[in-house]
Design a protein around this ligand. Structure first.
Ligand SMILES: [Zn+2]
Length: 261
């Protein structure tokens, strides 16, 4: 075993989902890009199992030495996380991480406090996705620290477990956010830069694979394997979306995105 391999997984696909919605009238908050149809999600889980991937919580996956570990994650805390995703995961003996924006708890279409407790009690991972979903890199230090810490305290109280991972709202953040999170006791920071996490380490932002509504099965397979054209297309799309972010700033980008979608 080489030193590199001893440091963690050789490769770690971390899938990023949001809500699971058949259509715009489904319960929860439908998003035309990020809402994945439940039957498609179920087929993706079946493919993961058939391929011999071992789906596990992030902490456990980071200790793995091979390249068969895989992590499923959900952002925001849509009510479909418990109504649709949880039963499909439990049927297959699979676990997932739920990164929850605490300010959304109890809002229309979102998880209630009790449902967050139920996800934790079912063995799922609970992590932070901020308090307000503000993009952390836009905030001054005081606001940044309270987004990180207040969300963590609330989720620890609900899950009755340590919360040591945060998914960056909007995927936005860098060194400052990483160091601030680590100073408060977070061990894992997840972004939305697409990538296979070669030799993933806790002291860097983890890459994730955005699973979008129109992703076909072959494209999904290509992304998880990080082979073929789909990884390049995802990277190109991420780069194309990052450019207006830099030029317009986060607020301007958000207005542009809303208009385009
Ligand atoms: Zn989000």
């Amino acid at each position: 075993m080489t030193a590199d391999v001893a440091n963690g997984p050789v490769r770690l696909p971390i899938l990023m989902y949001h809500g699971l919605h058949a259509g715009a009238d489904s319960r929860g908050r439908f998003d035309p890009v990020y809402s994945v149809a439940p039957d498609r999600f179920a087929r993706q889980l079946d493919w993961i199992q058939a391929q011999g991937y071992r789906c596990m919580l992030l902490d456990e996956a980071m200790q793995q030495r091979g390249n068969r570990a895989l992590v499923i994650s959900f952002d925001d805390g849509d009510v479909s996380n418990i109504e649709i995703a949880l039963p499909l995961l439990l049927e297959r003996g699979m676990k997932a991480e739920f990164y929850i924006t605490t300010g959304f708890i109890g809002a229309s279409g979102m998880l209630s406090a009790n449902e967050v407790r139920q996800l934790a009690a079912a063995g799922m991972g609970i992590g932070s996705h901020g308090c307000s979903h503000a993009f952390l890199e836009d905030l001054d230090t005081t606001a940044l620290m309270s987004e990180l810490d207040d969300s963590r305290i609330r989720l620890q109280a609900l899950s009755r477990r340590p919360v040591d991972a945060i998914a960056l709202p909007g995927g936005r953040g860098g060194e400052r956010e990483l160091h601030a999170a680590q100073s408060l006791g977070y061990r894992h920071l997840l972004g939305s830069v697409p990538g296979p996490n070669h030799r993933a380490r806790g002291d860097r932002c983890l890459q994730r694979l955005a699973i979008t509504r129109n992703l076909q099965m072959e494209e999904f397979a290509s992304l998880v394997r990080w082979q073929g054209l789909s990884p390049r297309l995802l990277q190109a799309r991420h780069a194309a979306l990052s450019l207006p972010k830099r030029v317009l700033g986060n607020a301007g980008y958000q207005r542009l995105r809303e208009r385009l979608l």
